[in-house]
Design a binder for this molecule. Structure first.
Ligand SMILES: NC(=O)c1ccc[n+]([C@@H]2O[C@H](COP(=O)([O-])OP(=O)(O)OC[C@H]3O[C@@H](n4cnc5c(N)ncnc54)[C@H](OP(=O)(O)O)[C@@H]3O)[C@@H](O)[C@H]2O)c1
Length: 297
């Protein structure tokens, strides 16, 4: 396939982006602000809206994936996790010797580059996962400095992290799944839990916003004091009557999550409390109000 490549630009400080979405465009823009010249952008299609938008704001040429590496000494892969491996293979022929190719995924390590490594042993590989939510490039550019990032691979990735002003830590491929699980809990599960707060609050006729200062202070406390020291509430105090009251009052569909987290709170507080265990188990079979089906029966 031929593409609109206008000729190689060589030398350090040149960059290409494949996968011009939220994370890839944020990282490319941040590196451009540090003096990188962005020479090419490739997306799902050379004329896709995201490819054209990123090329315009990065002042770079839209390219076909197979040609994106030409003239670039750094290639950022910002495709979805599942497409990284195939993308790395697709860009292999266009890569400059000694170029650094890195992806941004949290769930994948350097194993995704196995085929690329075999085909192009003369290029360097890495990974840099910003441990931050990047919902747009403007929010991303604001949030990136000061965030942490999991890095792996070639030593130049440390320099890239420095330029992005992120605090880097290395994660080995074997620890990658656990690391990413922690990130998912810290982000997605925390949000899912706030979904339960919203539902319980609504059932009590209380605005969700009223819980924002409490939730923010609890997160701050957990990081300032450590989760164990920050834990307060009925489970930490061993106040089983209150836990029982909560479970009895709430919709049956809310109980599983409440019980699971009550157990986690007991574990964190190191309360080996058989009465609590029994209570949480007994309430599994709590009779629902008339007409409502008990999901655990
Ligand atoms: N966003 C975050 O908060 C965040 C934070 C840290 C790390 N990351 C990581 O960053 C990576 C990208 O995530 P994202 O949130 O930026 O996703 P995204 O906004 O959906 O961007 C993905 C981009 O890749 C393009 N694309 C998809 N398949 C492709 C292919 N086969 N070849 C070339 N381009 C392709 C998409 O094109 P279209 O525009 O046409 O769909 C889109 O521009 C993931 O590995 C993710 O884990 C994301």
């Amino acid at each position: 396939m031929t593409g609109p490549v206008t000729g190689p630009v060589t030398g350090k400080g040149t960059l290409a982006l494949v996968g011009p979405g939220r994370a890839g465009s944020t990282v490319a823009l941040a590196l451009a602000a540090q003096g990188y010249q962005v020479v090419g952008v490739a997306g799902r299609a050379v004329d896709a809206a995201s490819t054209l938008a990123a090329s315009a704001c990065l002042d770079a040429e839209p390219r076909f994936v197979a040609q994106v590496g030409t003239g670039a000494m750094v290639v950022v892969i910002g495709t979805p996790d599942a497409a990284i491996e195939a993308t790395a293979e697709a860009i292999a022929p266009s890569l400059e010797p000694d170029a650094l190719v890195f992806h941004l995924a949290g769930s994948r390590g350097l194993e995704v580059f196995a085929e690329l490594r075999a085909r192009r042993p003369d290029v360097r590989i890495g990974a840099l996962h910003p441990l931050q939510s990047l919902p747009s490039t403007s929010a991303g550019l604001e949030r990136l400095p000061g965030s942490w990032a999991a890095i792996a691979g070639d030593a130049e990735i440390d320099r890239i992290a420095e330029l992005l002003e992120v605090r880097a830590f290395r994660v080995a491929d074997g620890d990658r799944e656990l690391y990413h699980a922690a990130a998912v809990v810290a982000s997605n599960h925390l949000v899912a839990l706030l979904g339960q707060v919203e539902r319980l609050a609504a059932a009590a006729g209380v605005p969700f916003d009223a819980f924002a200062p409490l939730a923010r202070a609890s997160v701050e406390n957990a990081f300032d004091l450590g989760p164990r020291a920050a834990l307060t509430g009925p489970v930490a105090r061993g106040d089983l009557a209150t836990v029982e009251g909560h479970l009895a009052a709430m919709d049956a569909g809310e109980r599983d999550a409440y019980r699971a987290l009550a157990r986690e709170a007991a574990r964190l507080a190191e309360r080996r409390d058989h009465a609590l265990d029994r209570l949480l188990d007994d309430l599994r079979t709590l009779q629902p109000p008339d007409g409502e089906e008990n999901p655990s029966s």
